[in-house]
Design a binder for this molecule. Structure first.
Ligand code: PGA
Length: 252
């Protein structure tokens, strides 16, 4: 049985005291012990957030890591450095792919780095509005994104990953995918994973992300192949984020 995972991506928001306050409220407010809850603060507040969730089960992660291990990469943070204070990292978020030019190759190297450092990569995939409009193409497009970063990995490595399906047209737009659209793609992603490592498809958690709110979370999370949510805007408000955690189906 895959445990639901509700993850908050705080992006480049919140000052230090705000980040600490939000982490503290989330840690104090989670009522479910059958759901994993994770927060991804800006890198500079990761340690603060981690310090303020001690004693809870909240997972703290970073929003990005370098593909390199160490050296002359000014401004970068490596996966093993993250591993000293946190246990997960978002990789390949669409904002990094489309605003910062991250390619599939770079994404793959970052996943390599995260796995080598022993932290959980939350690997993001999703199609642009243009691709979405090409009927018959958007599912193969996302399956190819999955293959480009997950192929030629061992079963063990693949099952240490989390995948987040985030259609670019749904991120920050207020227009979430329909539950049927989310189900269609998460099922296809599971199939692609199973094609790479037979049996792994059933084990890997696949999240949906893009305009998830307390109002639409229950329906999205009820889909059989949607194992959780990656939440942006609504994760900045503790009450909203906690309501999304509550909306996870009781599957155990
Ligand atoms: P959103 O962002 O919930 O604000 O649409 C989701 C994300 O970018 O992870």
């Amino acid at each position: 049985m895959r445990r639901p995972l509700i993850a908050g991506n705080w992006k480049m928001n919140l000052g230090r005291s705000e980040a600490i306050a939000l982490a503290t409220k989330v840690a104090a407010g989670v009522r479910r012990d059958d759901v994993d809850v994770a927060v991804y603060p800006p890198a500079i507040w990761v340690t603060d957030a981690a310090d303020h969730v001690v004693g809870s089960n909240i997972i703290v992660g970073a929003q990005n890591c370098s593909p390199h291990e160490r050296g002359a990469y000014t401004g970068e943070i490596s996966a093993w450095q993250i591993a000293e204070v946190a246990s997960s990292v978002l990789i390949g978020h669409s904002e990094r792919r489309h605003k910062l030019g991250e390619t599939d190759n770079v994404v793959r190297s970052k996943i390599d780095a995260a796995l080598a450092a022993g932290i959980t990569p939350v690997f993001c995939v999703g199609e642009t509005p243009n691709v979405r409009n090409r009927t018959g193409e958007y599912v193969p497009y996302v399956m190819e994104q999955v293959r480009s970063s997950m192929s030629e990995r061992s079963y063990d490595e693949i099952t240490r990953m989390v995948v987040a399906y985030e259609p670019v047209w749904a991120i920050g737009t207020g227009v979430a995918a329909t539950p049927a659209d989310a189900q269609e793609m998460t099922a296809a992603i599971r199939l692609a994973i199973d094609g790479i490592a037979p049996g792994a498809g059933e084990r890997v958690r696949i999240l949906y992300g893009g305009s998830v709110t307390p109002a639409n979370a229950a329906e999205l999370l009820a889909q059989p192949d949607v194992d959780g949510a990656l939440v942006g805007g609504a994760s900045l408000n503790a009450a909203d984020f906690l309501a999304i955690v509550e909306a996870a189906p009781r599957r155990i």
